[in-house]
Design a binder for this molecule. Structure first.
Ligand code: SAH
Length: 395
């Protein structure tokens, strides 16, 4: 029997609408002996059952796993949820062993497994827990991953040192839960990428940009391309295949530049169209001559990880976009992104609008884009939509 958390009067509405979080302020009382990571039943003030979730200390107190109060959150629960997630990826056409072996299999709330992220790279799944409950469930999840019919996952790497609340004292260790290192080369739309899940950012690759990389490929023929904040060079590799005449990749991290060079070499050995530079974005954008690029990609790290940083983030987005607008060749295309959860689509658009207006250039929106379909967003949980992009034509 799981312990029961009772909500304050009137605080059940969002749960009845399938919003997956219970905020600490909505809770009337916590049961005796409740520990972080425990599975709890949640009931309304009048005793009406609302569902089952993982408890943690913090402003989000419960992440809902099921709208059934009797749900057993056990190995078979995780196996069922993972199988549903796998089926969706198959349905989306992402499971294509011959040319696409990388995708997000579990996107937290969007796959009804809040606090859990799983990215698949060929035979290896990289598992991230963002909540103590998912940390405790990691072995059940890992086993279920290797038992998914037809998936062929033989290695599960656990990477939660930086994603778990540090106060939780769980002492997570980044390591293989099952299997070990085999190969780190994954395929995305027929292109090959070295994925560094051991030392790379996030799970090693930004899977969320797949569709946008393909879009950039379609605009690349004959273009001189600048891929700013290149990390593993995803956009650069696609631009090369799209027929760019020149691709410059820039990242302040020397490691990222080396990763990009390696990925270009893996797909286009000896191709001299590409050069990568380890430089600061603001400096590079300020120093580069006007008219040097016909296609510019700006995919910076999250400038605002929390609400408190929104103001500075808006200034950051405005500055880099203003520089790109000033310098891009007439008739050029600017692909500009924000992955800050705390910045809304409207705020991001305002920052880009302001930058465009400051540059005095005529700008049209060609595409408004977001994360790939393997990062689904519950319609009741708009917070899950974090990636925003504008593909712009600049006269
Ligand atoms: N576009 C990438 C993901 C970008 S992640 C992809 O598709 O995979 C953000 C990158 O920005 C990181 O690699 C980080 O090293 C780099 N970065 C952070 N601050 C920077 C700065 N001031 N100038 C240049 N690069 C920066």
């Amino acid at each position: 029997m799981s312990k029961t958390i009772t909500l304050k009067r009137g605080k059940e509405d969002s749960l009845l609408r399938f919003h997956p979080w219970v905020f600490s302020g909505a809770i009337a009382n916590l049961p005796e002996g409740l520990e972080e990571g425990d599975t709890v039943s949640v009931v309304a003030a009048d005793g009406r059952p609302l569902g089952t979730g993982h408890y943690e200390i913090g402003s989000i107190a419960v992440r809902m796993l099921s709208w059934d109060n009797e749900a057993d959150i056990d190995a078979s629960f995780f196996a069922t949820r993972l199988a549903a997630a796998w089926q969706l990826r198959e349905r989306l056409g992402l499971v294509r062993p011959a040319d696409n072996t990388t995708f997000r299999l579990v996107h937290g709330e969007g796959d009804f497994l809040p606090g859990c992220v799983v990215d698949v790279y060929g035979n290896t799944a990289v598992l991230q827990a963002h909540s103590p409950g998912m940390h405790y469930a990691r072995h059940d999840i890992a086993r279920a991953l290797t038992q998914l019919p037809g998936a062929g996952i033989t290695n599960v790497y656990y990477k939660s040192e930086t994603t778990l609340p540090y106060k939780a004292r769980l002492d997570p260790v980044n390591d293989y839960l099952i299997g070990g290192f085999e190969t780190n080369i994954a395929l995305e739309n027929g292109l090959r990428f070295n994925i560094d899940w051991l030392k790379g950012q996030k799970t090693g690759f930004f899977v969320d940009q797949r569709d946008n990389r393909a879009l950039i490929e379609s605009f690349s023929r004959g273009a001189r391309v600048l891929n700013m904040f290149c990390y593993t060079g995803g956009f650069s590799v696609y631009a090369m295949r799209g027929g760019a005449s020149l691709v410059h990749s820039v990242d302040s991290s020397a490691k990222a530049v080396a990763l990009t060079d390696a990925n270009i070499e893996l797909n286009f050995p000896g191709d001299t169209r590409h050069t990568a530079y380890a430089e600061d974005a603001f400096k590079y954008l300020t120093d580069m001559p006007a008219g040097a690029y016909d296609l510019i990609i700006l995919d910076p790290p999250a400038f605002a990880k929390h609400r408190s940083a929104i103001k500075n983030a808006m200034v950051g987005y405005r500055r880099i976009n203003a520089a790109a607008f000033r310098k891009i060749t007439p008739g050029g295309i600017l692909a500009t992104f924000s992955c800050s959860q705390a910045i809304s689509k409207e705020q991001f658009r305002l920052a880009v609008f302001t930058a465009a207006a400051q540059s005095g250039r005529k700008v049209r929106i060609l595409h408004q884009v977001t994360q790939g379909a393997d990062h689904p967003v519950s319609i009741y949980h708009p917070e899950g939509e974090y990636l925003k992009g504008l593909i712009l034509h600049v006269e």
